[in-house]
Write a protein that binds this ligand. Structure first.
Ligand code: UDP
Length: 480
């Protein structure tokens, strides 16, 4: 009897760890749950040490076959002032010929192409190959609604979005406050805004959308996107939307020496007594803000693990493509005098990059002061950890609002960290609110709600759960 060959799908990810990591996770699900063969085409920036590390570990024999596509030469195509999304879109556009030749040549011929949100210009390549094309949105459904509805807002609304008196209405979803709009909508004259609208128009060109959330978490926003939902009426977007999440990474197989000593220290701390502080793969802050954060942590009198980067003025995502190589001594130079020695017993500093998932799994972690990137958010809630929302860039202000105001899984800063300096007293208060939990009326219930959401995430991914069923449906459609 001839053994049936596994179905082969090709996944395309754009530069940046917030894109590469979730794409690989989606690939793993297809392999583990559906016995597919998966090839990940990873367009990479080649400028980030962490990206190289993750890529190298993915390139070693593993569940998915990963093909690295180094970003082509962009000389003359982008300007010094071009922002992150423009850079991403240009990198992806320039990589299209390589993507095309790989997709035409790999064997067995892929039965479907799944691209991330910056890869929608590759959909015509999939069409030519006569295979179904999906978009994988590694973020949440409310943001997806705004993204695909933005071309309509562009026609309806005059003037800058941030100057609007009223919140932006998206049919079927909560309105988006002008100050919460994604970075790319802040300046309608910027090249980045045009690229962003292109992404919003590109997504509905696919045969289906996969989104890294789950039904029980975001039912309303998912309904709004679906056939019969107001958004689908407005956009005529009658393509299926599958909530397949939360897809998050497993802890790293190999722990670095830094992580080993960190885990030994965490072992000695009481349960849920440490706040983990990290701003994703790109987050940076000003020197003044860093000083306030250091004082805030110290004033809170709670324990902490802080992934520290050198301060940067004027931009919140400066480290996105440039994870550096500073050591503890180097970053300590930017912290208040005596901070390191005063907090030696209660806090640990990790320079630049930490093995986050491994740390978040530890029972001593009781809160996560986070920039609210969706990857970090999911890693937090799937480990039952409440958040302190400190949004910086991209769609993070929307994530923070969703977490703090709709889902009750986070406390958030009263000022926007990209607009004003968050003061030490407020930082200390938020840390106490989250870590002390029930003793404080305001945060009462946050921890319980996070644990409920943690359970609902497990159920969604278990056999028969909503996300498991949704991905099975996609797998069956691909198999034909
Ligand atoms: N990450 C990590 N160590 C760090 C910072 C980030 O392992 O020091 C990982 C994190 O676990 C997550 C990803 O990088 O999986 C960042 O994705 P996210 O969506 O949170 O934010 P982004 O970096 O895209 O802003």
């Amino acid at each position: 009897m001839e053994l049936q060959k596994p179905t082969h799908v090709a996944l395309l990810s754009s530069p940046g760890l917030g894109h590469l990591i979730p794409t690989i996770e989606l690939g793993k699900r297809f392999v583990l749950n559906h016995n597919f063969k998966v090839t990940v085409l990873a367009v990479t920036s080649q400028t980030s040490r962490a990206e190289t590390q993750i890529l190298n570990s993915a390139l070693t024999p593993s569940l998915c076959n990963v093909i690295n596509i180094p970003s082509p030469d962009l000389t003359g195509l982008i300007h010094q002032n071009d922002r992150m999304l423009t850079r991403l879109c240009v990198m992806m556009r320039q990589a299209l010929p390589t993507i095309k030749s790989i997709l035409s040549e790999i064997t067995p011929r892929p039965s479907a192409l799944i691209v991330d949100i910056f890869g929608t210009e590759a959909i015509p390549i999939g069409r030519k190959l006569n295979i179904p094309n999906y978009v994988y949105v590694a973020s949440q459904a409310w943001f997806l609604s705004l993204l695909v509805y933005s071309p309509i807002l562009d026609e309806k609304i005059e003037g800058e979005y941030v100057d609007q008196k009223e919140a932006l209405k998206i049919p079927g979803c909560n309105p988006v406050r002008p100050e919460d709009v994604v970075d790319q909508m802040l300046d309608r004259n910027d090249r980045e805004y045009k690229e962003y609208l292109g992404v919003g128009k590109g997504i509905p060109q696919s045969d289906g959308i996969l989104v890294n959330t789950w039904e029980e978490l975001q039912r309303k926003d998912l309904e709004a996107l679906r056939e019969g939902g107001l958004l689908s009426e407005a956009l005529n977007m009658n393509i299926p939307v599958y909530a397949v999440g939360p897809l998050v990474r497993e802890p790293e197989l190999e722990t670095s020496s830094v992580t080993k000593s960190l885990l030994t220290w965490l072992d000695e701390q009481p349960s849920e007594s440490v706040v983990y502080v990290s701003f994703g793969s790109g987050g940076t802050m000003s020197y003044e803000q860093m000083t306030e954060l250091a004082w805030g942590l110290e004033l809170s009198e709670w324990r902490f693990v802080w992934v520290v980067r050198a301060p940067m003025e004027g931009t919140a995502d400066a480290a996105f493509f440039t994870t550096g190589s500073d050591g503890v001594d180097e970053v300590a130079k930017y912290l208040p005098e005596g901070f390191v020695s005063r907090t030696r017993k209660v806090g640990l500093l990790v320079p630049e990059w930490a093995q986050q998932v491994t740390i978040l799994k530890h029972r001593s972690i009781g809160g996560f002061l986070s920039h609210c990137g969706w990857g970090s958010t999911l890693e937090s809630v799937t480990n039952g950890i409440p958040l302190i929302a400190w949004p910086l860039y991209a769609e993070q202000r929307m994530n923070a609002t969703l977490l703090a105001e709709e889902l009750g899984l986070a406390v958030r800063t009263t000022v926007l960290p990209t607009k004003k300096v968050v003061r030490r007293e407020e930082i200390a208060r938020m840390v106490r609110e989250v870590l002390q939990g029930d003793e404080n009326v305001k945060s009462n219930g946050i921890r319980e709600r996070v644990k409920e959401v943690q359970r609902s995430a497990v159920n969604a991914l278990s056999e028969g759960g909503s996300s498991y069923v949704a991905l099975s449906h996609v797998a069956k459609t691909i198999q034909g």
